[in-house]
Design a protein around this ligand. Structure first.
Ligand code: SF4
Ligand code: SF4
Length: 465
């Protein structure tokens, strides 16, 4: 166990003040002190619900942080779970009477660990070399996809059966089954952009949309054009959320700074993304850039002005889709379960990405969009806001926990009797598709914008018949 101390040049651990040693956590001492240890967070925490382990619930994590700051506890490999096995889903924050920001305490703990132990070479390469450069990241994913395709499925199946892949590798292999032949940026570079004299939307292309779901990005561009926006494609990198969530604050800040500089090239346009995780993190840039060593590298007003231009695509759809649909197709809005003329009805349910519902408070907007579309029978599933267990790298690093959390989500999707489950985050989409595929379900999981394009297309066709 690592007690408060520093390893000096001679290799000895010199004892230092625990507040100094765990400075990221000690900055949150007031937040930590607000936990009254009532335990209400147990009933909503997905990790606790599937593990029944106090290290997996907000109260346990906060008490551990308190012990570190006071010097009563130290870091150890065994105790890493207090900080690493958290989805940052904020279910506990919403339930807590004091509203204790457990997610921020957990990230502060991860930052402390990263500072003390250093980033592993793999994560350093990902955060500092791949995430900032979509060309390099694309080449890496293409190579991984090619290598995977070169190994026959039977051999991969046998390796999985004998446990030779390792849990993390096995889960990565399952999740990355859908690497497309062409990434979104490649597809868009061949596309004739619609020129409008109306408005411009600079597209923030999330890594998930670019590398895993290019058809979602294409639907986004088409629907934006229908809404009267010309889309601009810039040379930006990852939003930085994976680095921030890992505790690599500085790497996240470097990405944030570069993105703000890049989008300053389109100062009059809004910044739109179809990834709710990216959207919520881009909106948090002012807070992220006010922390730690990179503080002050970008002026607060620049960060604020950038964040004020960011729109989750759900916001635009919520504001405009139903108006657009009525005007364009002449259809009145669908009633529950009703077929609109020749528009066939489908039963749809919605999975709330944590970054849409808890971080951006836009869960009701997504439902407004669904209810405004023709031929949609919207069914609210049980525990729609229960995290899918994806949470970026969590799905791979804690594969067993993630799969147990996903199992409950998949059960609820199936019990809703919907034909289609909709969401607005590519990471959730990957996880939902994997859960449904592995359970033998034929329910399709698609992004909200795909459904909007599909319904608009069908409605226009039927209106012009
Ligand atoms: S985090 Fe909130 S809900 Fe959980 S034990 Fe502390 S005070 Fe209670
Ligand atoms: S953020 Fe989510 S996973 Fe983490 S402690 Fe809170 S409820 Fe549990």
């Amino acid at each position: 166990m690592l007690r408060p101390g520093r390893i000096d040049e001679s290799g000895d651990i010199s004892m230092v003040d625990s507040k100094q040693m765990y400075e990221e956590l000690s900055d949150l001492s007031a937040e930590i002190a607000r936990c009254g240890r009532c335990g209400f967070c147990q009933s909503v925490c997905p990790v606790y619900q599937v593990s029944a382990d106090e290290s997996g619930v907000a109260r346990g994590r906060i008490m551990y942080a308190k012990g570190l700051v006071s010097g009563e506890l130290g870091f150890s490999r065994r105790n890493e779970a207090f900080f690493s096995e958290c989805l940052l889903c904020r279910a506990c924050v919403d339930t807590c009477f004091s509203g204790v920001r457990t997610d921020e305490i957990v990230v502060a703990g991860r930052r402390t660990l990263t500072r003390i132990q250093g980033l592993s070479p793999v994560y350093r390469h990902i955060f500092e070399r791949l995430l900032p450069d979509h060309h390099r990241f694309g080449r890496f994913i293409r190579l991984a996809g090619t290598m995977r395709r070169m190994v026959p499925d039977q051999i991969v199946g046998a390796m999985r059966m004998f446990g030779w892949l390792g849990r993390s590798m096995e889960r990565s292999e399952q999740l990355l089954q859908e690497v497309p032949d062409e990434f979104l940026r490649e597809r868009l570079s061949k596309r004739e952009n619609a020129r409008t004299t109306m408005k411009q939307a600079a597209l923030f292309i999330g890594c998930g949309t670019n590398f895993m779901f290019p058809h979602v990005g294409e639907a986004t561009v088409e629907v934006l054009e229908m809404l009267g926006y010309e889309t601009l494609i810039l040379e930006h990198g990852c939003c930085g959320l994976p680095a921030y969530a890992h505790g690599a604050l500085q790497a996240a800040q470097v990405l944030a700074r570069k993105n703000i500089e890049e989008f300053a090239k389109a100062p009059d346009s809004i910044i739109v993304t179809d990834c709710s995780s990216c959207a919520s993190f881009l909106k948090e840039y002012p807070r992220i850039l006010s922390m730690g060593e990179e503080r002050g590298q970008i002026g607060a007003s620049e960060a604020e002005s950038f964040a004020s231009r960011v729109r989750d695509l759900t916001e635009l759809l919520g504001d405009r889709a139903h108006v657009f649909l009525s005007a364009r197709t002449g259809h009145r809005h669908a009633q529950k379960g009703e077929n609109m003329g020749s528009v066939p009805g489908i039963r749809v349910t919605f999975h709330d990405p944590c970054h849409l519902s808890r971080y951006q408070r836009q869960a009701s907007l997504a439902r407004d969009v669904l209810r405004s579309l023709p031929g949609i029978d919207f069914i609210e599933m049980k525990e729609a806001d229960w995290c899918c267990g994806g949470a970026g790298a969590f799905a791979v690093e804690h594969a067993d926990l993630s799969l147990k959390i996903l199992e409950r989500k998949t059960r609820n999707v199936k019990a809703s009797m919907a034909d289609t489950v909709i969401t607005t985050c590519p990471s959730c989409l990957m996880q939902l598709r994997s859960g449904l595929r592995d359970s033998g379900s034929r329910i399709r999981a698609i992004h909200l914008v795909e459904l909007v394009r599909e319904r608009i297309g069908i409605a226009i066709e039927s209106a012009s018949l």
